[in-house]
Write a protein that binds this ligand. Structure first.
Ligand code: AHR
Length: 501
């Protein structure tokens, strides 16, 4: 197959660095026996693993959403602050686990700062409401001089956490969610909570819950109703999406970005419709605060612990081992998010450590990068600045799920500060290389060209405890430049990052 990409000098949107966010939930071994493991040879004095911290930094994530996910809908944040020996042990109904509260807000905020991650907090609107959200905001953002801010100071955090972005609950449209509500009920509660939070701290940025997926029966009407209640008091509406390989249909799987494009565009259309109806002049932007490859339905179908006397601490849950194909899809989803950078101002790869994660750990043992680590790290490092206008002419291939799609997908960014242009490209053809020509004439002179690609003859290959670097990006040799035209021979089923300086 062949494709031709023309790059214009004209930017379509700036890339908000928060597009490369991550997510840590109190779930399985994400926190305990994951990023936190006192007694591990690499643990620091606070019990956090320095080897995991180093990988988080290398991943290049910019924000971390915390502490859930479904977990937050039953969480009492006060349980996790103050003297550790006095912290309660609680039932976590979302994941049928025992929460020891050994790690709570202050420890996690300190860890996030060391990891270079901006903390994004979710409030519990499942079992709680306005007052508890206000209490948490006071604890975090008021410098001192009130009972809750002084409690933070006394607990060893003199400076406020200064949390800017807040999620108003999590997936409240999902029947599995503690406190699951109708759009009407949730919309009213979210509006009351948002107004109150803004009265306390007008600088907060608020994310209202959209749908848990575009496949939810209430998708569309949920967004409309919730925004009718909240449009004037929130800043972003959330999207969540998990993609999976179904019945071995690799072609459709590699085209998952098509679904993400449609999802973003239909949420934007609904939001614009509410904007027109309410007469508000602000455009509602999107926080895509959970996205990844994961088979959530398979998880739902599994037999689970339900016994009242069986509440394990940090069980192995959602420990998905990612393949090459999964990494290509993650790379494709990053292209979709970047293409919509004007509308999607924040996104969070779900999640960060052990739980559907780019980073895995073994208790007492090593930490390693899953396949999906690599496209995320490359995009976060290279695709900053502005997204440039492009036009693509490409051969088409047929997929069972999305019909005819372009054989490849691409996005181009220009980072003036770093002095480079980046082309990210997913080759969806699985049986032959695709020859891509890129017309760079509009960009003026281009000096050096570097390209790395993620590909493998075995699309099921993974990185594991015993073979942690089985799948890594390799230099792409088939690159030619003649004048302002770049020619790349992209291996079948590959994700490539090209940097032009
Ligand atoms: O990321 C795992 C779970 O997926 C989250 O807890 C929930 O919000 C979503 O359904």
């Amino acid at each position: 197959p062949r494709a031709h990409l023309t790059v214009a000098a004209e930017p379509v949107a700036d890339v908000d660095p928060r597009l490369f966010g991550s997510f840590v939930e109190h779930l399985g071994r994400a926190v305990y026996d994951g990023l936190y493991e006192p007694g591990h040879p690499a643990a620091d004095e606070d019990g956090f693993r320095t080897d995991v911290l180093a990988l988080v930094r290398e991943l290049g994530a910019t924000t971390v959403r915390y502490p859930g996910g479904n977990f937050v809908s039953g969480y009492r944040w006060e349980d996790g602050v103050g003297p550790r020996e006095q912290r309660p042990r609680r039932l976590d109904l979302a994941w049928h686990s025992l929460e020891t509260n050994e790690v709570g807000l202050d420890e996690f905020a300190r860890w996030a700062r060391r990891a270079g991650l901006e903390l994004v907090l979710a409030v519990n609107l499942g079992t709680r409401g306005v007052q508890e959200a206000l209490d948490l905001l006071e604890y975090c953002n008021v410098p001192s001089g009130t009972t809750l801010s002084d409690a933070r100071v006394a607990a060893g955090t003199p400076d406020p956490h200064a949390v800017r972005m807040w999620c108003l609950g999590n997936e409240m449209d999902g029947p599995w969610q503690l406190g699951h509500s109708t759009a009407e009920e949730y919309g009213r509660l979210a509006a009351r909570t948002a107004r109150a939070m803004r009265q306390l701290d007008p600088s907060v940025e608020l994310v209202v819950c959209g749908s848990s997926s575009a496949q939810m029966p209430t998708f569309g009407t949920w967004e409309r109703t919730v925004l009718e209640h909240t449009y004037d008091v929130v800043d972003h509406i959330s999207c969540h999406a998990y993609y999976k390989l179904t019945d071995g249909d690799v072609a459709s799987f590699l085209a998952s970005g098509v679904d993400m494009d449609r999802f973003i565009e239909s949420v934007a259309a609904t939001a614009d419709d509410v904007k027109a109806a309410t007469g508000d002049d602000r455009t509602m932007t999107i926080a895509f605060d959970e996205w990844n490859v994961w088979d959530a339905e398979h998880y739902e179908a599994q037999e689970k612990r339900t016994a009242v006397d069986d509440w394990p601490v940090a069980p192995r849950l959602l420990e998905h081992s990612y393949t090459v194909a999964d990494a290509l899809v993650v790379g494709g989803l990053l292209i979709s998010l970047l293409r919509h950078a004007g509308r999607v101002r924040s996104a969070n790869l779900a999640q960060l450590v052990n739980v559907i994660a780019p980073i895995m750990t073994e208790p007492g043992g090593p930490a390693w990068r899953q396949t999906i680590f690599h496209p995320f790290a490359a995009a976060s490092r290279l695709a900053r600045g502005e997204v440039l206008r492009t036009s693509l002419r490409a051969d088409r291939l047929t997929t069972a799920r999305y019909g005819e799609v372009d054989v490849l997908d691409a996005v181009v960014t220009r980072d003036e500060a770093a002095g480079h242009t980046t082309v990210l490209v997913l080759n969806r053809a699985t049986d032959a290389p695709t020859v891509l020509t890129v017309d760079l004439a509009a960009l003026g002179a281009v000096g050096t060209v570097e390209a790395t690609t993620l590909t493998d003859a075995d699309l099921t290959a993974r990185n594991t405890l015993t073979e942690p670097d089985r799948v890594v990006p390799v230099p792409l040799r088939e690159v030619r430049r003649e004048g302002a035209t770049l020619t790349l021979e992209l291996p079948p089923a590959s994700w490539t990052a090209v940097t032009l300086r």
